[in-house]
Design a protein around this ligand. Structure first.
Ligand code: GUN
Length: 292
């Protein structure tokens, strides 16, 4: 039976550490990390995420600035707000919740965020830094996966890692992080030939395809470490719904060496890593090095 990698508990410990460092930063430099979260429109899932980000930011002692804009906000109005947040000395991290409404260009919006405040790690300058091994900001979900893997496995060097999914938010940065840890990395996706066999070569399997329970137990190498990034709501008995990952947990659990559950695995790590990136930003902007 696979060991369960408890992302919820890891995230709680990480938040406690961030809270302690936040107190020390204030004692040393009178700086309070500030996170600005911008939401355009009223998508219910995005509203929940934004609320949780604000709540957890306050819990670790940050200032939280929430900007809720109506669906008919123009692209120019959003860019003007970003200019203002880029200038604001009390704001160290800026996150614009995606997806944005159709009439606003995500690319233009991401480009406008000061890369030093881009705690999502989506700006092309941070993407380039990750790709070339320079210090920048790493997208929160893959950063969280990498922390869990290093905590559980220790040294990752030489391991075969397969990432299923090639999104800019998860798959591509995840592959870059695993490569940085000296894994042999394969990026698989919907067009990959014989996906089950590709997955069977993985010592580390990261599932980020967004398809409920797609990866089966017999696709997994015995003893492999499985990181499930998927969060899919499916119909359950009696008209109820439940959350499942991209991995078929029950069949995977009897083959894998370790696996993250859904919920309670990768999910809680994402916001904890957003807070981590914001703490790092608050140090760097004030000319201080963040020592973990
Ligand atoms: N929407 C879904 N995931 C994310 C994320 O990591 N960052 C932002 N800004 N929006 C998202």
């Amino acid at each position: 039976m696979a060991e369960i990698i408890d992302g919820k508990a890891f995230a709680e410990r990480l938040r406690a550490k961030i809270k302690r460092h936040t107190g020390e930063l204030f004692a040393k430099a009178k700086v309070i990390p500030g996170l600005a979260v911008v939401l355009v429109g009223e998508d219910p899932a995005s509203q929940v995420y934004v609320r949780n980000k604000g709540k957890q930011a306050k819990e670790v002692g940050f200032n939280s600035f929430e900007h809720k804009l109506s669906l008919d906000t123009s692209e120019q109005e959003l860019l003007d707000l970003l200019d203002q947040l880029n200038q604001d000395k009390n704001v160290h991290g800026i996150l614009v919740q995606l997806p944005l409404p159709q009439h606003i260009s995500e690319q233009k919006v991401i480009d406008r965020i000061n890369p030093e405040k881009d705690v999502d790690g989506f700006h092309i300058s941070n993407v380039g830094k990750l790709a070339t091994g320079l210090e920048g900001f790493v997208p929160c979900t893959p950063l969280g996966c990498s922390m869990l893997l290093k905590d559980y496995l220790g040294d990752l060097s030489g391991l075969n890692a397969v990432v299923v999914g090639r999104s800019n938010i998860v798959g591509k940065p995840m592959a870059a992080l695993l490569l940085k840890e000296s894994c042999t990395v394969t990026i698989a996706h919907s067009r990959t030939k014989d996906l089950p066999n590709v997955c069977r070569a993985a010592d580390i399997l990261v599932a980020a395809v967004g398809r409920p329970q797609m990866i089966q137990g017999d696709w997994i190498k015995p003893g492999a470490t499985v990181i499930d990034v998927g969060i899919n709501r499916i119909e359950a008995e009696e008209g109820k719904s439940r959350l499942v990952g991209d991995v078929d947990f029950v069949s995977a659990q009897s083959v894998a060496g370790a696996i993250t559950p859904v919920p309670g695995g990768v999910g809680p790590m994402t916001i904890a890593c957003l807070l981590y990136n914001t703490l790092v930003a608050a140090h760097r902007i004030n000319g201080m090095e963040f020592v973990d």
